[in-house]
Design a protein around this ligand. Structure first.
Ligand SMILES: [Zn+2]
Length: 297
């Protein structure tokens, strides 16, 4: 291997290191989002979802909600679809300005992917299933995953720090980066501290919050303006706003994040998991309701 070859290898390694970190809520976060969604599916949507699930799901959508992270190296083209970056220190998001990949190709970002996979799944019920050119099992798994990702505040973060990936911090005594803290560490610490290391218990607590404390907000979360099937733009706007207010705040490079940060940010994380779940269910309900309407017409 010549010097240029070696340089290339080093660069590839550095990029890989970043890429592995920018791909979404960790396994627990995606599982929670999809598990919450399952509880709000209509009978029609649940039947359609079950029909599309791969065998490996064992009938449970939550089991395959991390699949897009597992195949990210095999499906190289998909890695830009897990997030969207805004210009540095801009706490707002605009689809036209921000939704593109690093080569500038339009619509290649998390919100663009949510539109794309919603359209693919909707086409199932506008044409007959056998005529669809898309792999709708994959479309369902991508859509379920990306709606979760769009709710992780740092999946709509600044371009210059790759959504917090280049901000090295300590999470208590462990070395980490800010993006990883929001993907994994806050949830992991919450599991250990409050939920006896049991994800099902944490999910039940979030479900109770939805029915008890957030019940008046739930219809607003579900609502899409102009009767649209899916509306990822407000989710991304909320995320960058939360990233500025909570994720980036008091988390400069080299800082140690401990109880103050953990306890004040955990409610944000839990609410985002709830919103992601409710909105995934609402989207799937709308996609698969058109089935019934067309069949009746
Ligand atoms: Zn992801």
């Amino acid at each position: 291997m010549g010097v240029s070859g070696l340089l290339w290898a080093v660069r590839a390694l550095v990029i890989l290191q970043f890429v592995t970190g920018i791909l979404g809520w960790g396994k627990e976060g995606h599982y929670a989002t999809c598990k919450i969604a399952e509880g709000y599916l209509t009978a029609e949507a649940l039947a359609a979802v079950k029909e599309l699930l791969p065998e490996s799901a064992e009938g449970d959508l939550a089991n395959v909600c991390s699949w897009p992270d597992e195949i990210r190296f095999h499906y190289h083209w998909s890695s830009a679809l897990h997030y969207v970056d805004t210009p540095d220190f801009r706490c707002n998001y605009e689809y036209c300005r921000d939704c593109h990949d690093s080569s500038g190709r339009k619509d290649r970002c998390v919100t663009g992917a949510i539109y794309n996979y919603t359209n693919q799944l909707s086409s199932l019920y506008q044409n007959s299933k056998s005529e669809s050119n898309y792999n709708l099992t994959e479309a369902l798994m991508f859509l379920s995953h990306f709606i979760g990702d769009a709710h992780q505040p740092l999946h709509v973060g600044f371009l210059g720090d790759l959504g917090g990936n280049t901000i090295q911090v300590r999470w208590y005594r462990r070395k980490s980066n800010l993006h990883h803290v929001w993907d994994n560490m806050i949830i992991e610490s919450a599991l250990k501290t409050f939920y006896s290391s049991d994800l099902a218990t944490m999910i039940r607590a979030i479900q109770n919050n939805i029915t008890e404390n957030w019940s008046n907000q739930q219809p607003l979360w579900e609502h899409c303006a102009h009767n649209h099937t899916v509306c990822p733009n407000p989710y991304a706007s909320e995320s960058i706003s939360l990233a500025c207010k909570y994720a980036y705040k008091n988390a400069t490079p080299g800082s140690t994040l401990e109880d103050d940060y953990f306890l004040s940010r955990l409610p944000i994380v839990e609410k985002r998991l709830a919103q992601g779940g409710i909105r995934l269910a609402a989207t799937l309900n709308r996609i698969f309701a058109s089935h019934v309407k067309i069949a009746q017409a």
